[in-house]
Ligand binder design. Structure first.
Ligand SMILES: [Zn+2]
Length: 289
């Protein structure tokens, strides 16, 4: 192993062990104690009085009102006596765009060697993680609540459980997923070969088996970064529940949710684009006549 490789590995190990306070607040689910590298500093006021200071960083969080990622800010930093070793506090963040959506964190902090420390998140409101878009939930009808339970398990880091929920929902709604893709293929005038293959695949009992039967390309507009989302789903769903660790199941569960969400959104966009195109055509034709 060369020096650079060794150095890169060292950095990776380090970053896995300690994270920034921003990374912790944005990306760590509640109920985990984490080492944070930039927790606190010493603040000296005009009368030379020293206190410990926890600066709450700006965060990039999902805003339900703005329906996307926005910068959230917290106006109240925490000042503590120098002899404080542990503390608990709530911090309230607000979306910098709409100034309406709030995010509340309830935290436990244990000071370490400056500027590090340990942080534990009792909870947050709205709950950790981006909510599942309504478009996705609608596709799953009465099983929408199972999908949401999968999301909650994923939020808490319960990989095996999250994966089981998602797999159950995907298997139960295999036909709905294929039906949506077939509809979109017809809308965008995709080659008949792919439509035929999708219809045949729909008849397979297992979702992964169904995907294996598809050989033709999906319409460009349905691809995720140039990749076939059905193959990506196949890969994630084939990860067994028996041998993989909880972490591996969590990664597979996350992949299933992300690919499905992206696919459903792309289907909706293609339908919308086509509707607008048709309307524009109608308008032009009307003008001409
Ligand atoms: Zn907002």
């Amino acid at each position: 192993m060369g020096d650079t490789e060794a150095a890169a590995e060292k950095i990776e190990v380090q970053s896995a062990a300690t994270i920034s306070l921003k990374e912790f607040l944005e990306g760590t689910h509640p109920s985990v104690l984490k080492e944070v590298s930039d927790l606190w500093d010493i603040h000296v006021n005009s009368s030379a009085y020293k206190r410990k200071l926890i600066t709450l960083p700006d965060l990039r969080l999902h805003c339900a009102k703005c329906e996307g990622f926005r910068t959230f800010r917290c106006s109240s930093n925490q000042f503590l006596d120098m002899d404080t070793t542990v503390t608990e506090f709530n911090s309230r963040y607000k979306c910098g765009d709409c100034h309406e959506q709030t995010k509340l964190f309830s935290l436990y902090v244990k000071f370490g060697q400056r500027p590090a420390g340990e942080v534990y998140k009792y909870g947050e409101l709205p709950p950790f993680g981006i909510p599942v878009p309504n478009k996705v939930l609608r596709l799953f009808g009465k099983d929408a609540n199972l999908f949401q339970k999968g999301r909650q398990c994923e939020n808490l880091g319960y990989g095996v459980a999250a994966f089981s929920y998602y797999r159950r929902v995907v298997e139960n709604h295999k036909n709905d997923i294929f039906e949506e893709i077939i509809k979109v293929c017809r809308t965008v005038n995709a080659p008949t070969a792919i439509i035929g293959e999708l219809q045949k695949a729909k008849k397979e009992i297992a979702f992964t088996k169904a995907i294996e039967a598809i050989k033709s390309a999906l319409p460009q507009g349905l691809l995720t970064n140039g990749h076939n989302p059905l193959l990506a789903l196949h890969g994630a769903l084939s990860a067994g529940l028996h041998d993989e660790s909880d972490e591996e199941c969590l990664a597979a569960a996350q992949a299933v949710r992300l690919v499905l969400t992206d696919l459903v959104e792309k289907i909706a966009t293609l339908k919308q684009d086509n509707r607008e195109l048709n309307e524009a055509m109608q308008l032009l034709l009307k003008k001409k006549s």
